[in-house]
Design a binder for this molecule. Sequence first.
Ligand code: FAD
Ligand code: UDP
Length: 386
Amino acid sequence: MKADVTIVGCGLAGCTLAERFATEYGLHCLIIEKRKHIAGNCFDAHDRHGVLLHEYGPHYFRTNSDKVREYLSRFTAWRPADYRILSYTGGRFFSFPINLTTFEQLIGRPSTQPEMEEYLAARRIPIANPANAEQAVLAQVGHELYEMFFKGYTQKQWQRDPRELDASICRRIPIRTYRDERYFDDKFQAIPADGYTRMFERLIAHPKIQILLGADAAQILPQLETRHLFYTGPIDAFYGHRFDKLPYRSLRFERDTYEEEFHQPAVQVNFPNDHPYTRTVEVKHVTGQKLPVTTVLREFPEEYTGANEPYYPVLTEATRDTYRRYAALAEQEERITFVGRLATYQYYNMDQVVAQALQTFEKTREKIASQTASGFAGWKRPAAGS
Ligand code: FAD
Ligand code: UDP
């Protein structure tokens, strides 16, 4: 099999690279994807009741990058979205992430920003440089709010003590003393007007882009001739787990459909302290579909075993060390580049993945455009696979 540029993975990283090389240089790009559909974890589809679902968990697009927004806007119009999430704890719904409304719900009366700041100042644990996920929260809000909103959720999601986990995991969640109930701070928050899958269809609708679905790279790479390979699957699998296996968290989804327009009070309800699932998602709140029925997905975290999907890198000191060993191998590669959330073992959002892919294109474009199609003949890579 031959291609100018070969890409493993038909997610956001892979499709962005294919689009760039096909459009800018007219290069023949082959995308190898083991799932039976395009769009990676962003995949959305209608269920049998006609409800548009995010099949791999809720995907709320948001970004501060004009470059990323402008790039994706070539392939989709946007529907503005106001992502508002509730946390159900102690038998009640609270506005989440923590903000002035949450504080008022907690104390049972209207309040002000100075009062909330005073409340937090009296409870924050003084930790100058939080070294883990627990410390990251304690340093901002103290024990009571940590235990109400973060401790149980984090244990359930990662099945690890929050003290083992990187501080950045909980720092994803803003803490505000003013009134802003949105989940994120980014200046642009919207979802593709016709859904993610449709956006991906347009992204890769180029005659020079060829897609092989339901194909594991492990079977194809050994017979491949190509100028360059971009790999967006798990990096440890690519190297045959030569060092320790990198842990990933997976999820199991359960869904129920209800004969009502909306079933829950917000697009997402988090359950830090109840139930074995972390959250329930009714994405219809943000897709804007008008239907008399609705579907809700429950997310049950589980360990990645190889038989399920690797969704999240598990960031700890030990896994960062292991990743660095794989990354050192990757740096030696002249004709292989690792891109995306799994291949660079980063807890990246969609916009960060697009930014990384665009940057990778800029770095590699001239070299790849001027290369001859000598291919990978005689390539002795250990078989890839996940
Ligand atoms: P993926 O989408 O994972 O694509 C990689 C592809 O490679 C996969 O399709 C996989 O099947 C394929 N592959 C792997 N190995 C092989 C192989 N050996 N052979 C062939 N194919 C292979 N981001 C946001 O910005 N907002 C959100 O609200 C948000 N919510 C999320 C919720 C969940 C539950 C999850 C898991 C992620 C969420 N994200 C969100 C993150 C977002 O999904 C990622 O940033 C983005 O999809 C990563 O794109 P990618 O191309 O790196 O990886
Ligand atoms: N988190 C939490 N309580 C919540 C929501 C999030 O403790 O109600 C913590 C938890 O550790 C989670 C992390 O913050 O894994 C990141 O949350 P986010 O909502 O960004 O998770 P994602 O959508 O990426 O699964």
